[in-house]
Design a protein around this ligand. Structure first.
Ligand code: G4P
Length: 522
């Protein structure tokens, strides 16, 4: 059991769209033997197996909407990569996926540096002290000076960095990467079919000049001296505590610097970590199984309508057909066909260990955040849902299909596609999302999966705030004053829908005993 736990590495690759997440994922799959063609990243065939374009809508729009899991063995390690949607309108999905990983690799475009999406995702990692490794990609292109880039990473991502590899020049003149961690040199061959050449070089001998030329050799020596002077020695514990991020340089497209990243990653990245439940902290090595649902996705197989709930195993051994307690419903369930994933392929498994992600067929039994145990009543803590950025009234566009519409809305909200608020004044339903695209996804899925039609009507809102107070009188007074703007979320909690930043500020000033929260636990 300990051995199974210790060999697992469950992580996500996160990046701003276009930084190279797909290319990097594909290279990792290549090393894991999941795909066979070296370097042919742009072949559609590989793209199909490596990415997870499960939903129709995703194919139509060319956006990775759903989050999938890819598993493979590498040396003695079992790697679970949780894929995240590339489009920022689905950021909420990515936030939730980050609750199920033990560490993260962030891909940054060497020319563009830190971009908005990277910054936001890093905030979520920081909230959970998730260990982070940074891969600076596209070194085969002209980009920023690596030292400037390190400063930018530190300032923008608010984390200490420590380079573990160092680029020798870049763009047209990119010669390779010096692996600081292993102290050897990787020479770059701009050829996608060839894996890089690794050379053992004493960088203080003139062997270095022979390989990279005098100017670059001199520069490398000075750079390395500077690195040692400026950055403290790499400390694995600091990385595990989420305080320091080791940085690697390379080119995912050319499969350069990726193996170095992977080899170091498996050595230093954490195996499954303890998970916090409301009642207690759960250790992975505990004998009894426990896990939580962090993602529900529909239509993995377009021929079947049922959903798949993704469960992260937190402790013990999950066994097929064993009875497990669905804590929220107080029901015992048995799973006869739990699955593991490899993009579109999935196969039934007999057992799973902490760190693994299992797919459980679901017909509306699960909600995001649900806990499964061997009988103990406990609740894993989810990531809070954030106040949506966009709001619309959802209206029924086909009165004959009211039932279908309501069922569809309920299930899509269970999946965490968006958030639903019911205005207490007029009883109208308001859907809140983080991006415009989600409204389109909801409309499309209601039509295609539930045979229901909806219509959107504008509502001008700024933020949804969950409110609470120790002063019941003031709370009542507030609700009375703002009765047109009071809503309930799906858990029946009071939510104040502020229509402008100004109104919110005034409310905060007038009602000082009321707490306005911009996030809520699931
Ligand atoms: P994403 O999943 O993070 O969105 O990024 P993806 O890997 O799809 O890469 C985005 C673009 O960047 C792709 O180009 C890809 O070929 C390119 N790219 C990725 N890694 C590298 C690299 O190391 N060096 C260089 N020069 N380019 C890289 P595209 O134009 O969108 O696609 P295509 O026209 O190449 O098919």
């Amino acid at each position: 059991m300990m051995n199974e736990i210790e060999r697992r590495r469950t992580f996500a690759i996160i990046a701003h769209p276009d930084a190279g997440k797909t290319s990097l994922t594909e290279k990792l799959l290549l090393f894991g033997g999941q795909i066979q063609v070296a370097g042919a990243v742009k072949s559609n065939k590989i793209k199909k197996t490596a990415t997870s374009d499960w939903m129709d809508i995703e194919k139509q729009r060319g956006i990775s909407v759903t989050t999938s899991v890819m598993e493979f063995d590498y040396n003695d390690y079992k790697i679970n990569i949780l894929d995240t949607p590339g489009h920022q309108d689905f950021a909420e999905d990515t936030y939730r996926t980050l609750t199920a990983v033990d560490s993260v690799i962030i891909v940054v475009d060497g020319a563009k540096g830190v971009e908005t999406q990277t910054r936001k995702l890093m905030e979520v990692c920081r909230m959970r002290n998730t260990p982070v490794i940074i891969f600076v990609n596209k070194m085969d292109r002209e980009g920023k000076d690596p030292f400037d880039l390190l400063d930018e990473l530190e300032a923008e991502l608010k984390i200490q960095v420590r380079p573990l590899s160092w680029p020798i020049n870049q763009g047209q003149r990119f010669k390779g990467v010096y692996n600081i961690y292993e102290q050897n040199l990787n020479l770059f061959t701009p050829d996608k079919q060839k894996v890089t050449e690794k050379v053992e070089v004493d960088i203080n001998s003139n062997q270095l000049e022979e390989h990279v030329g005098t100017a670059d050799a001199e520069k490398l020596r000075t750079d390395l001296e500077l690195i040692d002077g400026v950055y403290p020695e790499f400390d694995v514990q600091e990385y595990l505590d989420g305080k320091t991020a080791p940085v690697f340089f390379g080119s995912a497209l050319n499969n350069f610097g990726v193996k170095e990243l992977l080899d170091c990653f498996v050595q230093i990245a954490p195996s499954p970590r303890p998970t916090k439940a409301e009642e207690r902290v759960v250790m992975p090595e505990e004998p009894k199984f426990s896990g939580f649902i962090f993602k529900i996705t529909a239509n993995i197989d377009p021929n079947h309508r049922s959903c798949i709930a993704f469960c992260k195993v937190c402790s013990g051994k999950f066994v097929r057909n064993a009875p497990y307690l669905h804590v929220r419903q107080g029901k015992t369930l048995r799973f006869s066909s739990p699955t593991q994933f490899m993009a579109q392929k999935k196969s039934t498994i007999e057992e799973a260990y902490p760190g693994d992600i299992i797919g459980l067929p679901d017909n509306g039994t699960f909600k995001i955040g649900d806990t499964l145990t061997e009988g103990e009543v406990m609740h894993f803590r989810g990531l809070p849902s954030f106040s949506p950025e966009m709001f619309k009234y959802i209206e029924n566009a086909d009165p004959m299909k009211t039932k279908q519409l309501n069922k569809g809305i309920e299930q899509l909200m269970d999946e965490g596609v968006a958030q639903l608020f019911v205005n207490q004044f007029n009883g109208r339903k308001i859907i809140g999302t983080v991006g415009q695209l989600q409204f389109e996804v909801i409309q499309y899925r209601l039509e295609n999966e539930y045979n229901a039609k909806c219509r959107w009507e504008p509502v001008s809102l700024y933020k949804a705030c969950w409110i609470e107070s120790d002063d019941p009188q003031q709370l009542e007074a507030f609700k009375k004053r703002k009765y047109q703007y009071m809503a309930k979320d799906r858990e029946g909690r009071d939510v104040f829908l502020a229509d402008s930043g100004y109104v919110l500020q005034m409310a905060q000033a007038d009602f000082e005993h009321i707490k306005f929260h911009f996030t809520s636990e699931f």
